[in-house]
Design a protein. Structure first.
Lengths: 290, 270
């Protein structure tokens, strides 16, 4: 790496970054590239045959089930993202503009704690809350409000959205909070001095300046949720698969690695394209505003 | 002003309640003597904890999880120290790209990491064990470690190291005697966070552990048996309590580190 023309500092920096970089190359990049190459190979019995083909992609993209699952995954993560960000924004605003500076880190700590506790257990607890004999149903029947347990609250897309929105809440609050903290408070006073009311100041000053945080929040919620495996399995009852469950079935249960790889690559492509479109739209939106 | 901020405040408190609702239910059912997870609660019991402790598979899962979490957090933190030092102290070509790539596992769906690693390991004929889980966990813990360590390293006053060089210390000597003690709270905080992440991680452990159980995969395997649910609740209570304890310690060290360097405490873990 060290070219003679490169200065000492760059050489030292590269030497230091080498161990973590090489680790990520070996454990992340190499496997992902393997998946990519597998997706163009042919599936044989118990092994992968080294014959180049586009067949896996043709099969994946023309399969109505795959298309339905992919659309469902997109719809669920889009819903989760919208719900999470909308619910999180007022909390981030409260933290940044109302809470006293010395109490901010306590609030942040309180908000992040649930995020660090077992994801699996949190998801399962939603099942306990929403289930047929769950907390909501047993309380409501116990109080005599309903005769029959409500069945529409578990094993459907809504309950999956609720569970995921709960799981990713801190992910949305933190970037928005950071963006709000960076806003120069005198700008808001200037807006008010120039005769804008509070709502218009928020709309024309605070919100545009908070947009980078909102964008980060959207991406940081959207990308992991689309690949979620546990929630469809537990909350969806295994009957409403998302793309991660489909990949797992192809790769392991059906042992068709090339097809599974093509699915995984397709999922990554979809996520990348959606993220890029979102970033592009946002950049346009912000430029128009200015 | 006050009316608006009161409204916001009630909303924020409701939001906290929503965040904590599932976790608050956990101990309720763990100490409830009824075998069905439903209200009204029956009576107080600690049987589920006893039952949990007497379970040999669970003990095996516990020791596996501890081995994995300790190894992964140490490896992730060591690698994180290199990355944090490099990114806060030096400029080098391709820095943005390299750092972005290293931080990628933070947002990449875990199923992608797990599946691609699994395919490669099976292709290479590597036998799945807790070792393969450690490899995966180190990868996903590293970005969190780097995020914490970068804060610690960036608030470091460079002139302190330069003073050490001027006083005749070698590079390594200055690092060991000056830098390391100053960033130590960050290192401890990174170790604790990585440990917590690894202990709770399910997807990678589920696919890469082979037949070895870890705590989350054990829990997952038991969830389909209604009889097992109360003792899973007990186990969950222990795990959540442990996570909160570790986070509390981590937060304490993080704040102490900031205070030691005379900085202002402005943020949380991320």
């Amino acid at each position: 790496m060290a070219k003679p023309g490169m200065d000492r500092e760059a050489r030292q920096g590269l030497t230091l970054i080498a161990p973590p970089f090489l680790y990520a190359l070996a454990i992340l990049a190499a496997p992902v590239l393997t998946i990519l190459s597998y997706s163009f190979l042919t599936d044989g019995y118990l092994e992968v045959i080294g014959e180049f083909t586009f067949g896996n992609y043709i099969q994946v993209w023309s399969d109505p089930i795959v298309r339905a699952v992919l659309l469902r995954s997109l719809a669920v993560s889009a819903a989760v993202t919208v719900v999470t960000v909308l619910l999180a924004f007022p909390v981030a605003y409260y933290l940044s503009f109302v809470v006293k500076p010395e109490r901010k880190s306590m609030w942040l700590f309180l908000i992040t704690i649930p995020f660090w506790t077992s994801y699996l257990i949190r998801v399962f607890l939603w099942k306990v809350i929403l289930g047929y004999n769950g907390v909501i149903n047993s309380s409501l029947t116990g109080l005599g409000i309903i005769d029959q347990p409500l069945t529409f609250i578990l094993y459907n897309v809504n309950s999956m959205v609720l569970t995921l929105a709960h799981a990713y809440a801190p992910f949305a609050i933190l970037p928005i909070f950071v963006a709000l903290e960076k806003i120069d408070r005198s700008l808001l006073e200037a807006g008010r001095d120039l005769g804008e009311n509070r709502l218009m100041t928020f709309w024309r000053v605070t919100l545009p300046l908070a947009m980078p945080g909102v964008v980060a929040a959207v991406l940081i919620v959207f990308i992991p949720t689309i690949g979620d495996y546990v929630t469809p399995e537990l909350i969806g009852g295994g009957k409403i698969p998302m793309i991660a469950n489909l990949i797992q079935v192809q790769m392991l249960a059906l042992d068709n690695r090339p097809l599974g790889s093509a699915l995984a690559v397709t999922a990554m492509l979809v996520v990348a394209v959606v993220s890029l479109i979102f970033l592009w739209l946002n950049r346009r939106f912000l430029r128009v505003k200015q | 002003m006050s009316g608006r901020s009161n409204g916001l405040r009630s909303y924020a408190l409701l939001y906290l309640l929503f965040l904590y609702a599932p976790i608050l239910l956990l101990p309720l059912f763990a100490f409830n003597s009824g075998t069905i997870i439903a209200f009204p609660l029956q009576g107080f019991t600690t049987d589920w904890f006893t039952q949990m402790w007497g379970n040999p598979t669970l003990r095996r899962a516990l020791s596996n999880s501890l081995i994995i979490a300790v190894s992964a957090s140490v490896m992730a933190t060591c690698l994180g120290v290199f990355a944090a030092r490099a990114s806060t102290r030096f400029t080098f070509p391709g820095k943005g790209g390299i750092m972005g790539f290293i931080m990628l596992p933070m947002v990449l769906p875990e199923i992608i990491v797990a599946m691609s690693l699994l395919v490669v390991l099976l292709g290479l004929g590597v036998e799945l064990s807790i070792l393969t889980v450690i490899l995966g966990h180190t990868l996903i813990c590293m970005p969190y470690g780097i995020a914490i360590l970068s804060t610690a390293f960036s608030s470091l006053d460079r002139s302190l190291e330069e003073a050490a060089y001027d006083l005749g210390e070698t590079k390594w000597g200055a690092f060991r005697l000056i830098t390391l003690p100053l960033v130590m709270p960050g290192i401890i905080s990174s170790l604790l966070i990585s440990f917590t992440i690894s202990l709770d991680e399910f997807i990678i452990a589920f696919f890469l552990a082979g037949t070895e159980p870890t705590l989350p995969t054990y829990i997952f395997s038991q969830l389909r048996f209604p009889k097992q649910i109360p003792s899973i609740m007990a186990l969950g209570t222990v795990l959540v309590a442990l996570s909160i304890l570790l986070l509390g310690i981590g937060e304490y060290f993080r704040r102490r580190g900031i205070a030691r360097m005379g900085g202002k405490n402005g943020g949380g873990f991320l």
